[in-house]
Design a protein around this ligand. Sequence first.
Ligand code: ASP
Length: 308
Amino acid sequence: MSYVPAIVIHGGAGTILKSLLTPEKEQAYLSALQEAVKAGYSELTEGHHALDAVIAAVVSLEDCPLFNAGRGSVFNHHGKQEMDASVMRGDTGMAGAVAAVKNIRNPVLAARAVMEKTPHILLTSSGAEEFARMAGLQFEPDEFFFDEYRYRQWQQLKDTQQTALDHSDKKFGTVGAVAIDINGNLAAATSTGGMTNKQFGRIGDTPLIGAGTYASNKTCAVSCTGDGEYFIRALAAYDVSCLMEYKNLSLEEACRTVIHDKLKPAGGEGGLIALDRNSTPVMVFNTPGMYRAYMKEGKTSAIIHEGV
Ligand code: ASP
């Protein structure tokens, strides 16, 4: 059986309207998405595992300050940038994640290290940081992660108890990738700074396997973005897989059911990207837009605003 390698990425869902972007900003986002999707796709064309592809794409997005993950993450109530990330492979069902970590340059690499070097799945805060140091991962000072725009977003909220999705401020956030390699293996990865002014120690859906990230070769690979608390209660990523496995829904039907029929009526805004072994990219959201791109058979497509 031969499979068509493909990768889909997102840079967060939200109020992303063409009318709110200058042509320069739009171009900057499009270029960043293209760069990330190509970084992932080249792993696939070199015959590497889908896991390598999702990691390469997410590292590229974490390193780009335009997105709320890694460098450029949002600020929490204490004015700190605490990040969450996870990864899962569809062939072995192995997964790894880190939550509420600071100063790790690429939290998704720490998530992978948890999966590959420990018997555990999720490490948090100082324990995860200590582990990442021992695993030889790169650390950066606070200034590396600082972003003036994010800081101003936080300044507006810091004296309140409110939290805000990064993208409810017309910006976007969390990043993620799903991929299928030439051997038909699926993988998913997601990384975020969470929500502006979130409580110190708050953990969202991103590092929770089954909520923000899921992959199984039996069904699909999924990466979510949106109101984390809703995605956790809905077990959104795993629900897509379950609808395929137990109800025989197509990937597209399963994604639409979760995003439009379950999350939306409950008040959960956001979207997800997904792939099954047919390599058909699915990108669904119930917000005005979602930063997204895919690459398949050498062709890329990056879209950053209106859609479905
Ligand atoms: N899902 C993320 C969280 O709740 C936020 C986002 O998608 O931007 O932490």
